[in-house]
Each structure stands twice: as C-alpha cells, then as structure tokens.
Design a protein around this ligand. Structure first.
Ligand code: FES
Ligand SMILES: [Fe+2]
Length: 395
C-alpha cells in the first residue's frame, strides 16, 4: 500500500494555493463533495427508542434522523415543505407528529404530510408529494450517516477491508460522552483534512504522541480514499505524567479487548471531511465543514465504552487531556498553514511519499471540481461557470 515517489509523481500534483482562498470554490466543493458523500450525524445509541431524533446543521442542509413508531430509523431534510423553516432542533424525543414552528404544517414520523392549518385555503388538495424529503441513511458499526445526493458506494463497501481492524473495538456499544464540541478554525476546510491525512507532522507537531505512541508514519489508503494508520502504545513510560498514567492504566482497564486492540490507537480519515480516531476506551470523530474560504467549522463528538468504573473515568480524563492538547496543536498548525498559503507567491513544494493520502485527496477535489485543477483562479464570480464548461469537456 505504500506508494513509491515515482508512482506519486504520476498520480497528480497538489492543488494550487488559490483553491484554499476562494469562497466560490468552497461553495462548489460543498455541493460536489459534501452533498454527495456520507456525513456522520450521530451514534445509533443516541436514537435508541421510537420517536427519538437527532438533528445536524450541515453548512447548507439541515438534516434529521428519526426513529419511527415502527422502530425504523429514517433520515430527512429537516426543512418544512411550506416555506422552508427548519422543523426540529437539537436531539430529543418527539410527539406522534412533527410540527413546523412557523405555520404549523405537521408531518407523520415517516415524513409524510399529516396536516396543514386552514387546509381549505390551499388551491391544491394533493399533499402526497409534500412530505419531508427523505435522505439516504446507513448505520455503520453503530454510526449513523446520511447522504443528501443519493447513489454511490455504501459505507460497508468503502470500509470493507478495514472491518477486521474496526470491529474488535465494538463501536456499536459505545455511548455519547457529552454533546459534540464545535470550534471555528481560521483555515480552509482542506487544510484541516490535509493535516488529518498524514503523520509526517507527528514527530515535530505532536510531542505527546511521539512520547506515547509508536506511530505508523506512512499510513495506508484504499481505492475509496479511506485512509488510516495504526499507532501502538509505547512500552517505555512517557516522561509526561498523564501519558505515563494512560500507558499504565489502559491495558488493564481495556482487558475485554484483545491485547493488540487495547494497545492500538487507530486513526482513519474518510473523504471528504470525516476523521475517526479509535482508542480502546473511546472514539473521537472529527468533521470539517467549510465556512467560506478561510474558515471552517470543526465538529467533534466523543463516544465511550459504557463502563461505570471510577478508574475508567480517570482513563477517559487522561485520554481527553492528551487529545485536547493534540487538537490544539493541529489547530495552531492548520492556522499557520493558512497564513502562509495566503501569500501570493506560495505554491506547494514537493510532497513526501508519507503524504500520499494528501495527494489522493487533492485528486478527488480536482475530479469533483475540475476548475480546482487550474493553476490560477479563473476569477470569483465566473468560477462556477468555468467549472461547468470544464465538466462539459470544453477548454
Ligand atoms: S414554513 Fe413550515 S409551516 Fe410554514
Ligand atoms: Fe496532527
């Protein structure tokens, strides 16, 4: 799986710096990459009972996952078919009908329209087509994903060869630790994903990980661009007390997992914007969403193995402490990159073979938005048009 530098140079070249500065491209990327890909919403254990629901506001699409009275989990666009108000907020348990807070249109739990106030005032009594728009949904190892534009590969197929690596962690048993955290980073969303896709920066950028883990610096990737690396807890005690305590406590407390699994931190990234970090005791997800050209929103829900032991609470505290530091380091590095990329004179230098997954991701952006393969910005305002002509095969 390790590409040679030769193979890499034939693959593609990195994106040009302007693609990290264009608000119009960020919009286009959202439409072509995000709406067509699986987006994580919640864990299945956050919607366990009939009428439980969970909402997520994607940059342009509020979405909703809801368990019906029949026990079936469905996904919808969380948008009223009357004049577009968002229907539900947060996550909770709903009543037998969903009622839009604006004019009171109501929907059955299967999404179909149940009623409209002042029904006789509507010219067309036909309401069969006025249900909440259903979305594609897939539950993968207990994680609930939706896809706005349907079609394409299933999560099960995307992750197929990694299932033996993931299934031993029993992700489907995990429960939410707390409401998902949100941060706004001062960088293009791709800077965050690029960073997630390589471990070349770990030795210098994350001294804690370097002390704690024997990291796989090359990593691996499959044909769907799902990338990963496995890092093993070092046997030598770290010089940092929190890391040292984690090293001492984790193997014993995670003894229900095999020795290999409980000592391995597994890091995955799925195109275009989702990271999945799995530890013996817990799992973090990372989602990067564009907020214009030079900002992104990072969502990071945390799930833990259900375990009420006091020592497990301590272990989770240590894990959170270690990974909060790593998250802060990544954020600072990404924001530094954006500052440099903004220079008119900047172009990416050659990439290392350790950065093969970054190059693959860039190729995916270029395939979804051909305009992003241009050396320079064709101009804000005409970029979308130029992209359409490139898609149509014009030059
Ligand atoms: S927008 Fe929902 S009822 Fe009017
Ligand atoms: Fe990092």
């Amino acid at each position: 799986m390790k590409p040679t530098p030769d193979a890499m140079s034939q693959a593609t070249r990195p994106l040009a710096a302007w693609t990290y500065q264009s608000a119009e491209l960020a919009e286009l990327e959202y439409e072509t990459l995000f709406r067509t890909s699986w987006q994580f919403v919640c864990h299945v254990n956050e919607v366990p009972k009939p009428r439980d629901y969970f909402t997520l506001d994607l940059p342009r699409d509020p979405v909703l996952v809801l368990r019906g009275d029949d026990g079936v989990l469905r996904a919808f666009l969380n948008v009223c078919r009357h004049r577009g108000a968002k229907v539900l907020d947060g996550n909770a348990t709903c009543k037998a009908r969903l009622t839009c807070p604006y004019h009171g249109w109501s929907y059955h739990l299967d999404g179909s329209l149940a009623g409209r106030p002042s029904e006789s005032t509507f010219a067309n009594p036909e309401t069969a087509q006025l249900g909440l728009r259903p979305l594609e949904i897939e539950v993968f190892c207990g994680l609930v994903f939706v896809r706005i534009v349907p079609g394409g590969v299933s999560l099960r197929d995307m992750w197929k060869e990694y299932l033996p690596l993931i299934e031993p962690y029993q992700l489907e048993d995990m429960v939410s630790l707390e409401a998902a955290g949100y941060e706004e980073w001062k960088c293009n969303w791709k800077v965050g994903v690029d960073n997630n896709l390589e471990n070349y920066h770990v030795p210098l950028g994350h001294p804690g990980y370097q002390r704690l883990l024997d990291s796989d610096i090359t990593g691996f990737m499959n044909q769907h661009g799902v990338a990963g690396s496995l890092s093993v807890l070092r046997p030598q005690p770290s010089s940092n007390w929190a890391e040292r305590m984690y090293q001492q406590m984790a193997p014993g407390l995670n003894s229900n997992l095999s020795a290999k699994v409980r000592n391995t931190w597994s890091f995955f990234t799925m195109p275009p914007n989702t990271g999945l970090d799995i530890y013996g005791d817990s799992m973090d997800l990372f989602q990067f969403f564009p907020l214009g050209a030079q900002r992104c929103r990072v969502r990071y829900p945390i799930y833990v193995r259900p375990d009420t032991r006091r020592e497990m609470k301590v272990l989770r505290y240590l894990n959170a402490r270690i990974n909060r530091q790593v998250g802060a380091e990544d954020r600072a590095l990404c924001e530094r990159v954006q500052l440099g990329i903004n220079s008119k004179d900047f172009a990416f230098g050659p990439l290392s073979s350790y950065e093969h997954c970054v190059l693959d991701m860039h190729a995916r952006v270029q395939a979804a938005c051909p305009v992003s393969a241009l050396e320079s910005n064709p101009g804000e305002g005409v970029l979308r048009e130029r992209n359409s002509s490139l898609c149509a095969g014009a030059t």
